[in-house]
Design a protein around this ligand. Structure first.
Ligand SMILES: [Zn+2]
Length: 461
């Protein structure tokens, strides 16, 4: 089996790959209300239909799973390997200097929504399969591309898929980063609430999404003058910045810090916990005083490992638990909030949830806890080793598996790992403006996948 010839053939397919990716980018396939035959909206359905049509023209056998997902298989019989990519995208958002839904090629980069996440990688898989087919690679076992259409909004596609089809035992998704992710931490989203009638605390707002460290928070307090509050601020050792404005009725406090993803809260400066710390140092009336002080005790500003809430833990393979207090609101005499916790494989939703629930109740809050268990595939498994060997063979770089705090498309699918396609040191602006993929990377990815397929599915020499 001569891989060099296959790689040269992949190089010759560059223009075709660019054209196909451009076509898929032209469907604004972010989630919309369902329509008949289009569970996630018509653009996603049309994008799936077109992708499967191209797969058929390549010579693959295809199947449309009722508009939820699609299959394209090379070889006959039960697939040995599944490669799971997705065709849905997030909406374009603001700030584009190029067309989001029409590919622009400039200086070797292809711009467009989904170029990297995840239409580009899907196209690389399609052309890896085309190369293996056209070059008549004698695979011992079949391989299939699984195309989903709802990765960005909760993976309703896979839920349906699992009721109709089954995943091959060997499964990877090119929807994250190289070299390979074999461990994804577990996640707990915990809410809390308490009645809190107060004459002094008029408002408190911090954070909008549970999975981000809030960069802004605000509060309105009555019965304390701005000078007193300014003195308290002077005595606080925080990097967040405060500004105060006073009128005859109340003082408004605005805090600004730095946002970060909830899986890496240590990179942020939490404006909400800084605001709570400030409120705790002003003597509010009861029960506001006691409740705010409870939150400060459990989630002190600057701490991101859950120590004070009694849930800190770590292990060698996945690192430490992280906790971000991401939302709090006070209005109409009620305080509510939420946090995002990512925990190592040694932990469980039940165990951490129980300790956290107790701590919140002891501080006067009613907890509401839900979560997802960690995902873990052994770094020594032959499948993981084959994928990394393919990565090394094509790129010449050392391939070591790593753990992340976030979840990928294979989270919860036994044995699944994430393999590609982002690389260290390059920001492809996924979910942002001017998302792009290197055209060179489109080809490199196809070569890595072709190499991986040959290694995993075997060839008759
Ligand atoms: Zn993705």
């Amino acid at each position: 089996m001569n891989m060099t010839e296959i790689f040269e053939y992949i190089d010759s397919l560059e223009q075709e790959m660019v054209k196909t990716l451009g076509e898929l980018i032209s469907f604004p396939s972010y989630r919309r209300p369902p329509e008949p035959g289009a569970p996630f909206g018509m653009p996603a359905r049309k994008c799936l239909d077109r992708a499967l049509e191209i797969c058929r023209s390549i010579g693959l056998k295809t199947k449309n799973i009722d508009g939820y997902a699609g299959l394209a298989q090379l070889g006959d019989g039960e697939p040995e390997l599944g490669i799971l990519a997705h065709l849905d995208v997030v909406p374009e958002g603001d700030g584009w200097t190029r067309e989001p839904y029409s590919a622009t090629v400039e200086d070797g980069l292809l711009y467009g929504r989904g170029a990297m996440d995840d239409k580009g990688p899907a196209v690389s898989v399609m052309y890896a399969l085309k190369a293996l087919k056209d070059m008549k690679a004698p695979l011992k076992k079949p391989v299939e591309l699984i195309l989903g259409t709802d990765e960005e909004c909760g993976s309703g596609d896979l839920e349906y898929f699992k009721t109709k089809e089954k995943f091959p035992e060997k499964l990877f998704t090119p929807d994250a980063s190289y070299p390979l992710i074999n461990i994804e931490k577990g996640r707990i989203m915990a809410g809390f609430s308490a009645d809190c009638p107060s004459e002094m605390l008029l408002e408190l707002h911090g954070g909008r999404t549970v999975n981000a460290v809030p960069a802004r928070a605000s509060a309105k307090v009555k019965g304390v003058n701005a000078e007193v509050i300014a003195d308290v601020i002077k005595g606080m050792d925080v990097n967040a910045e405060f500004s105060l404005s006073e009128n005859s009725d109340y003082v408004e406090i605005l805090a600004s810090g730095k946002s970060a993803h909830a899986s890496t809260p240590e990179f942020g400066e939490n404006a909400l916990t800084a605001t709570l710390m400030l409120l705790n140092k002003i003597n509010l009336d009861e029960p506001a005083n006691r409740l705010i002080s409870g939150l400060c005790r459990l989630f002190p500003h600057g701490e991101t490992d859950g120590r004070s809430a009694g849930i800190a833990q770590r292990d060698d393979v996945s690192g430490a638990l992280t906790l971000a207090l991401s939302i709090a609101d006070f209005s109409d005499g009620r305080i509510t909030g939420a946090m995002d916790i990512r925990f190592p494989v040694c932990g469980s939703v039940g165990g951490i949830g129980e300790s956290l629930g107790r701590a919140l109740r002891d501080s006067g809050f009613k907890p509401k806890i839900q979560g997802v268990e960690p995902h873990c595939v052994s770094s020594d498994s032959p499948f993981v080793r084959e994928l990394l060997a393919a990565y090394e063979a094509v790129t010449g770089e050392k391939g070591e598996p790593f753990a992340i705090g976030g979840g990928t498309y294979v989270h919860g699918t036994p044995g699944g790992v994430a393999f590609g396609c982002e690389v260290d040191g390059e920001d492809n602006r996924i979910h942002g403006a001017d998302e792009f993929i290197r055209i060179e990377a489109l080809k490199t990815n196809a070569k890595i996948f072709a190499e991986a397929i040959v290694r995993v599915c075997g060839v008759n020499e």
